[in-house]
Ligand binder design. Sequence first.
Ligand SMILES: NC(=O)c1ccc(NC2CCCC2)nc1
Length: 231
Amino acid sequence: MRFDVITLFPEMFGALTESGVSRRALQKQLYSLNTWNPREFTHDRHKTVDDRPYGGGPGMVMMYQPLKDSVDAIRQAQTTKPHVIYLSPQGQPLTQEKVAQLAQLDSITLLCGRYEGIDERLLQTEVDEEICIGDFVVSGGELPAMMLMDSLIRLLPGALGHDQSAEQDSFSDGLLDCPHYTRPEEVNGMRVPEVLLQGNHAKIDAWRHQQKLLRTEQRRPDLLARYQDGE
Ligand SMILES: NC(=O)c1ccc(NC2CCCC2)nc1
């Protein structure tokens, strides 16, 4: 998977490349990451990337030209046609199902907005889809972009060791995850459920599935409805 990211803060993406599963996956060349700073596509002395909004109002808007030139440079840099995603509260809510679909692509370009957002004309002409990672606002598209990237990277073959698997995740089967325990068997008077200690894997699987259903019913009945409809 090739990732290209358009961002005013490329250094933020060290959070992905420096730690954990995403660091190891990069080392294993399961994906590549190129960041592109719109400031490098400006032509004025002050490297202007934002300007005041037409119609007035607070804040600034990211200008079309530096972003368009960034997208053009990304298209020039590869033979694949990248799938261009803009992260914003106006986007389609992200689900694990959507992540699984996106994980099949070869090249994804992520556009990270700042200020009040980007000129609408860039959205209309260069962006394939808008995605929202939750109904809340953050100061830039970078953290949402990194969350989307992490959810994709961990699905790439070889990213998770054989002893972890993305299939058993929450949501991968449409249900919430079951409880997890590890040593010691008893801590502060709290014991691990006996079924997990007996090594009967049919019973363990049954218990875990029942716990997933129970948890989903208690905490996210909306998901249960979808699960039962086999959606
Ligand atoms: N929930 C989200 O996926 C999300 C994405 C971007 C954002 N802020 C950006 C959007 C334009 C300027 C800052 N806030 C929230």
